[in-house]
Each structure stands twice: as structure tokens, then as C-alpha cells.
Design a protein around this ligand. Structure first.
Ligand code: 13P
Length: 230
């Protein structure tokens, strides 16, 4: 199966020229670049082989929803994929599974592939609730719909404290055994870098990676792409 590398730039970089530069150096087949929406158009112009995606969406199609971006708008600008349910939004904006479910439906209606982020916090893992939490987060995927799943243990995000590949592999097996037929790929995310990326793909058997901070450093990201896609 072809591997997929998704770059989640989060709220970076601070201006369009830097966004163009990162996009230029990240332009490879199998790569999905998810910049802030404000840079989508310029990033799209900069790339030939990569694809653009977004970091979030609103669930309504159009109307009086100040500050929001619809799935239709994202489709019209060329997004084939949209990240939903990222733990930073679950935490900072109190997005729960019912909100994320509405966003997923809106994307599916427009023919956009959702990249559904799931993952447990450190406390949930310590309480041995990781599988229960992940199962709840996955239960919103409609039957007979295939989405891309990104398993991102919350404690491994932006911390440099990457998840042990064996632990990640256990969760990957749990997801694929319990939710057969509801995903096309399972990605791993959380402090991915050029040193650990091969472990997640070759040992934990993930189908790709969701990369945060390392995707902004084009030399580091190039190394990840080379290891993951060749
Ligand atoms: P980091 O790679 O910076 O840990 O971020 C991971 C992430 O949240 C990607 O969505």
C-alpha cells in the first residue's frame, strides 16, 4: 500500500513567503500539505506533485457563521483531505465527538476525505482507558465509509516524547481489528522525526505519518519523505 505523509503546519508560518518556501521544498507525490487556510491558494500554486489539505472545517454548507470555512469552500480551492478532531482543537476549543461527527459528515458530502485524529491523554493511558477512548472517538465513523485515521497519542504531540513503536503497534492492531472496513489508512502522529519515522512505518506497520513541527523544517521533512516514500 502506498504510504502517505501528511504535514500539519498548525498555526505556522507567520507569512506567505515562508509558506511558499516550505511548500516548494515539500513538493513530493504522496505528500499532503495542510497549511493554515489563509495560505492554501499560494501553497497550491507552489506545488506540482503534492496535494493540499486543510486543518479543520465547519459543518454547515454556507451562511452566517462568522470566521468559519465550509467543506464546499475547501473543495472549491482544491482540498482533497481535511484533518478533523485534532487533539489541540479537542482541548483548546472543546470540540467533542458529536461536533467532529458533524464535520465528518460535511466533508463526506463534498467528497473530501476526512483525516480523523484520535488518541488518548497520558492520564487516560495510565488509567488503562486508552482503547476505550480511541473506540469512542472511532465510533462516529459511519458504517461503509472509509476515512483516514491518524492515531496521535496526545502526550506524544509536540513533546519530543515520541511513543514507543511497540505501544503504537498495539494500538494500530486494536484499531484495525475493531474497525475493519471503516478506514483506508491508519497514520501515526506525535513527535515524528527523521530518526523515528521508519520505525512507525516498518515495525509498527502504519500506512503513513502525520507530521507536525518536523514538516516546517524542510531539511528534516525531506529526510522523512525520503525514508518513508522510497
Ligand atoms: P508534532 O509532530 O509537532 O509532535 O505534532 C504532531 C501533530 O499534532 C500532527 O498533527
Amino acid at each position: 500500500m502506498e504510504k502517505l505523509i501528511v504535514a500539519n503546519w498548525k498555526m505556522n508560518p507567520e507569512d506567505v513567503s515562508k509558506a511558499r518556501e516550505i511548500a516548494f521544498f515539500s513538493d513530493q507525490g504522496g505528500v499532503i500539505l495542510c497549511p493554515p487556510v489563509i495560505f492554501l491558494n499560494e501553497v497550491k500554486k507552489e506545488i506540482k506533485k503534492a496535494t493540499i489539505g486543510a486543518q479543520d472545517v465547519f459543518w454547515e454548507r454556507k451562511g452566517s457563521f462568522t470566521g468559519e470555512t465550509s467543506a464546499l469552500m475547501l473543495k472549491n480551492i482544491g482540498c482533497k483531505y481535511v484533518i478533523i478532531g485534532h487533539s489541540e482543537r479537542r482541548r483548546n476549543l472543546k470540540e467533542d465527538n458529536s461536533i467532529i461527527e458533524k464535520k465528518m459528515k460535511a466533508l463526506i458530502e463534498e467528497g473530501i476525505t476526512p483525516i480523523l485524529c484520535i488518541g488518548e491523554t497520558r492520564e487516560e493511558r495510565d488509567k488503562k482507558e486508552a482503547e476505550k477512548i480511541v473506540a469512542e472517538q472511532l465510533s462516529i465513523i459511519p458504517k461503509s465509509t472509509e476515512v483516514i485515521i491518524a492515531y496521535e497519542p496526545v502526550w506524544a504531540i509536540g513533546s519530543g516524547d515520541s511513543c514507543d513503536w511497540e505501544l503504537a503497534k498495539e494500538m494500530r492492531s486494536f484499531i484495525s481489528d475493531s474497525f475493519k472496513g471503516r478506514f483506508s489508512k491508519i497514520l501515526y502522529g506525535g513527535s515524528v522525526n527523521s530518526e523515528n519515522c521508519s520505525d512507525y512505518l516498518e515495525k509498527s506497520l502504519f500506512d503513513g505519518l502525520l507530521v507536525g513541527s518536523a514538516s516546517l523544517d524542510h531539511q528534516e521533512f525531506k529526510k522523512i519523505i525520503e525514508k518513508a516514500l522510497n
